[in-house]
Ligand binder design. Structure first.
Ligand code: AMP
Length: 468
């Protein structure tokens, strides 16, 4: 399969060649012909599969006959609207549109919150065929009548599952109501939960369903490891691992913005170049942190789940879960940041006694008991000795200290990050539990956890079956 055989225009093929792509990824091979044929698509594909080019290339091809260099804004109505959950993803998608469309005179712009509306208004007034936007800011433009969506022919919902998690669905419905009824709809989502099916059922018409495996994060490419450690010593252990493994670059995941800021300051005090990235940071700060990280000036990017989603950082050697996420699917999203493009990745989780429930939920979702490693002097003094056959020291000389049984720990409700565009928050925070009756390594029967298991995405469940 080649891009030529997909029937893309010479201008697009030239841009693709300049990107250095030699063949389409599976999502591209499947989605491009369907989009070119004008059909609706619902695709289960995550970041890293090449999904952006999978919809951008055929859209550019379809819009190419309308491309013109007229100075009249009326000659450049909005024909394609791409909605994304985060500012970063919006910026990255629009960058892809510009890259792939560099030899086609179609105009595009990006619209997101947190920055001045005036330059966006100016770009819209000048006329653009493709708008990539986050829902909140787009609706601001609708309210101020600075955008006209009456000629949109193609709607893309990118990372629809995230938009759902972030409470954007009412905004999306409001936006969809403003579009012409006759249009093509493309929906991309990491998973096909019932909620996503409900959303797509209301928006898509006879969609072609496409499911592809993540391009590179295959079982063999992500080595998952847990370090059991007291919560107060996590920062110290992280610094130790960064120095001794060593970890040249990593995304470190935190549950809260406050925690991300604090950890970032502490790491810098330890002499480690770190930057925090979350929705309270200004857009210019986030863009700069990401650029510094990509250039290697920043080694550790401390991020919340929402801010990290959609970050286009390939071939990350390490992902660190400083805290386990409350939502097990977030763990899968997090570790998907590593092990890309054929290079091996490492997902390290620092797990305290209080997180045994989260760990159990994650292992249930990924159907894998995660390997346990330890560093002498850092083992959680209250945790039980690991009882797993595959548990082993990270380094041969580092023996694990035996762990006495631990007492149940009370749980506190997490601080939850608001989405970037101040949409209503609907995160699946786990409610506080009276006691975490299980220790990490002596698991109670799952039924006794008292929580209805969440839907296991078939795709990811299968992919991550044997990761250790
Ligand atoms: P995405 O899943 O759209 O975020 O894309 C992930 C990465 O894959 C991006 O850095 C793209 O530049 C890259 N990519 C997309 N399509 C191809 C391809 N056909 N061959 C090689 N790399 C690609």
């Amino acid at each position: 399969m080649t891009f030529e055989s997909l029937g893309l225009s010479p201008e697009l093929l030239r841009a693709i060649a300049e990107q250095g792509y030699t063949e389409p990824t599976p999502i591209q091979a499947q989605a491009i012909p369907v989009v070119l044929a004008g059909q609706d698509v619902q695709a289960a594909a995550q970041t890293g599969t090449g999904k952006t080019a999978g919809f951008t290339l055929p859209i550019l091809h379809r819009l190419q006959p309308f491309a013109n260099t007229s100075v009249s804004p009326a000659k450049h109505p909005i024909r394609c609207l791409v909605l994304t959950p985060t500012r970063e993803l919006a910026a990255q998608v629009e960058e892809s549109v510009k890259n792939y469309g560099k030899y086609v005179p179609l105009r595009s712009t990006v619209i997101y919150g947190g920055i001045n509306m005036q330059p966006q208004i100016k770009a819209l007034q000048g006329g653009v065929e493709i708008v990539v936007a986050t829902p909140g800011r787009l609706l601001d433009h609708v309210q101020q009548r600075t955008i006209n969506l009456s000629q949109v022919e193609i709607l893309v919902l990118d990372e629809a599952d995230r938009m759902l998690d972030m409470g954007f669905i009412p905004d999306i419905r409001r936006i969809v109501a403003l579009l012409p009824a006759q249009r093509q709809n493309l929906l991309f989502s990491a998973t096909f939960s019932d909620d996503i099916k409900k959303l797509s059922g209301g928006i898509l018409r006879n969609p072609v369903t496409i499911e592809v495996a993540r391009r590179n994060a295959t079982a063999d490419l992500v080595r998952q490891v847990i370090y059991a450690v007291h919560k107060d010593r996590k920062r110290e252990l992280l610094t130790h691992l960064i120095r001794t493994l060593p970890i040249p670059q990593a995304i470190v995941f935190m549950r809260t913005k406050h925690g991300a800021n604090r950890l970032c300051t502490q790491l810098e005090r330890d002499g480690i170049n770190a930057a925090a990235i979350h929705s309270d940071k200004t857009q210019s700060h986030r863009t700069k942190s990401l650029a510094d990280f990509k250039e290697g000036q920043v080694n550790i990017l401390v991020a919340t789940d929402i801010a990290a989603r959609g970050l286009d950082v390939d071939q990350m050697p390490y992902v660190v879960n400083f805290e386990l996420p409350h939502v097990p699917e977030d763990y899968v999203h997090r570790i998907g940041r590593t092990g890309r493009a054929g290079s091996p990745g490492n997902a390290i989780s620092l797990v305290s006694d209080e997180e045994s429930r989260e760990l159990a939920d994650i292992e249930k979702l990924i159907k894998t008991k995660i390997e346990v490693a330890s560093v002498e002097g850092f083992d959680s003094p209250r945790a039980e000795a690991p009882q797993r056959a595959h548990a082993r020291s990270e380094r041969p000389e580092e023996a694990r200290a035996p762990r006495p049984p631990r007492a149940p720990q009370p749980q506190t409700q997490p601080e939850v990050e608001a989405p970037a565009d101040e949409a209503p928050v609907r995160r699946h925070a786990t409610p506080p539990r009276a006691s975490a009756a299980s220790a990490h390594f002596s698991r109670p029967p799952v039924a006794s956890l008292g929580k209805k298991p969440r839907e296991v995405p078939a795709l990811l469940g299968g992919l991550l079956k044997k990761t250790s």
